[in-house]
Structures are given as C-alpha cells and as structure tokens.
Design a protein around this ligand. Structure first.
Ligand SMILES: [Zn+2]
Length: 88
C-alpha cells in the first residue's frame, strides 16, 4: 500500500487490545478500587468479544491470532479481584 492512513492512536500492546475488546463486549470489567481485570463469566459477552475480534482484528494480525489473544487474556483474568475482600 502506498498511502499510510491516519488511524486511532495505536493500542500499546496486543494484550491491551484484547482487554479493550473484552471490556467493550462486557466480558471483563475493571475493579474500581484496584484496577484488576475481572472475568464476568458471561458467555454471551465472550461471544461478542470474539465477534469483534473476527471482524476487527488489529492491524497486521490474522483473525486466528486475534482470537488466540482474546483467549489468552480470558485465561489470565480471574473472576475476582485478588486485592478485594471476598464480599467486595
Ligand atoms: Zn478490587
């Protein structure tokens, strides 16, 4: 391609991209107190996240790689914030 188009600011990392997709889909949320990502265990939200990854993979990334990255982040995110008391 001859023309480099201006795009939205690049997301810092692939992991950051996957987190932003998962948050957009509502599959994970951030602990308001500590900033840890929490898995909301919502299969429909996960499906939405995978749909987004399929339709809008990051620049230079194949759809399969984008989906693998989403799975990686989901696997690394717990369903509770490690710093919150259990009834947080
Ligand atoms: Zn917390």
């Amino acid at each position: 391609m001859l023309v480099t188009k201006e795009r939205r600011p690049a997301i810092r990392s692939l992991c950051g991209w996957a987190i932003s997709v998962l948050q957009e889909a509502g599959a994970i949320r951030e602990c308001e107190t500590h900033g840890w990502m929490q898995d909301r265990a919502d299969p429909h939200a996960r499906d939405r996240a995978f749909d987004i990854a399929r339709q809008y993979p990051p620049d230079g990334l194949s759809v399969a790689m984008a989906i693998a990255e989403i799975e990686d982040v989901l696997n690394s995110v717990g369903d509770t914030c490690p710093e919150c008391p259990p009834d947080c």
